[in-house]
Design a protein around this ligand. Structure first.
Ligand code: PLP
Ligand code: COI
Length: 346
């Protein structure tokens, strides 16, 4: 029996994964594996040169009993962008969605009930290079796997509970002309040491600045940044920020609520003018940031600056309204006027 109330954002065993290989440009019929084991040649490029990209999307059981997959075509398109950046083959949108649906069918009983707050079946599609190689070049052959895990909030805390974040000054997640706008495993590798340092110091999240000048706000390591000031929804535009599907939804909803939506470079010097600051993404949904600290470097005992936003123990009212709108659409409580949900016929 799954205890839906104690789920965090962790791997929980499910029934199986769905996979397909693309060899010499030809995709094979997808298969299901129940033992979760895959075979790799030790010279497979992924093990050496990290030809790997992934996606994250959620499936919800609604109050009406319907199962909804949220904007899968956007994840398929982003995976295609990531793979093109890595110059390797990628699944078509149809194959991507077909394998996601098959994974949901196969793991149906792992979709949390709608009563389980902030819970969903998280799908993790992964694409990586498998041909054996020694020289540095793009993968010719790839494996695509869709796996799943039931999840609740990313932090494991109650939904909308505030987070404590730290600005990362001595570690970058992306460079100005690098791969930050793609969802590559390698981008996350760059943040791992920084995260363990920040977690050990009692922080939940890391905020990265532009790597060239350290003067503009970019994004969190797991999610985009957005701020509320008066009637404005403000989020960074940058070539090294991942184009978040959640942020895209929030901008649309904010705009339809009559807010002024600004997508532009945001100098760090503007931080103290914001009333609400949040991270947003598939895993985190919206996580309000209560406290944001700045130190000369992550390991430093010196606190240069502390920012707080509204009541640092509570999600701000505008962000909370946006959160309920998005989650309401995902769970079938609100009309899906944007056509974001793919209702699955299972
Ligand atoms: N930025 C980073 C670095 C992420 O890992 C994620 C998560 O996918 C996001 C932003 C949010 O993107 P999305 O809303 O599409 O999940
Ligand atoms: C997601 O939100 O789907 C992500 O991929 C973020 C994850 C790396 C925590």
């Amino acid at each position: 029996m799954i205890d839906w109330d104690t789920l965090g954002f962790n791997y929980s065993p499910t029934n199986g994964i769905v996979y397909s290989h693309c060899i010499d440009g030809v995709w094979e019929e997808p298969s299901v594996s129940e033992d979760f084991k895959i075979e790799l040649h030790p010279f497979a490029g992924i093990l050496h040169y990290s030809q790997s990209c992934f996606e994250g999307l959620k499936v919800f059981k609604g109050v009406d009993g319907k199962v909804r997959m949220f904007r899968p075509e956007r994840n398929a398109a982003r995976m295609a962008d990531s793979a093109r950046y890595l110059d390797m083959p990628y699944p078509s949108t149809d194959l991507f969605i077909e394998m996601c649906i098959r994974c949901v069918e196969y793991n149906f009983e792992h979709i949390p009930p709608h009563e389980a707050a902030a819970s969903s079946l998280y799908l993790r599609p992964v694409l990586f290079g498998i041909n054996s190689q020694l020289g540095i070049h793009s993968a010719r052959d790839v494996m695509f796997i869709v796996m799943s895990s039931p999840v609740s909030t990313y932090s494991g805390a109650e939904r909308l509970s505030t987070q404590k974040a730290l600005i990362s000054r001595n570690y970058d997640r992306a460079s100005a002309f690098g791969s930050g706008r793609y969802k590559l495993g390698a981008n996350y590798a760059q943040s791992l040491k920084a995260y363990s340092t920040a977690h050990a110091a009692g922080y939940d999240e890391l905020l990265f600045l532009d790597s060239a000048t350290k003067t503009s706000i970019e994004e969190f390591g797991s999610s985009n940044f957005f701020a509320i000031r008066g009637n404005s929804y403000i989020t960074p535009s940058s070539n090294s920020v991942l184009p978040s599907i959640t942020n895209d939804c929030l901008r649309r909803v904010a705009s339809d609520m009559g807010m002024d939506v600004q997508v532009r470079p945001i100098p760090l010097s503007e931080m103290d003018t914001f009333e609400e600051v949040n991270s947003c993404g598939t895993a985190v949904v919206i996580s309000p940031i209560g406290i944001l600290d700045d130190r000369p470097y992550l390991e430093s005992p010196i606190l240069t600056r502390r920012y707080t936003f509204g009541d640092p123990r509570r999600c701000g009212p505008v962000s909370e309204k946006l959160y309920h709108k998005i989650v309401g659409i995902q769970k079938g409580l609100e009309e899906d006027v944007y056509g974001w949900c793919k209702v699955l016929d299972l």
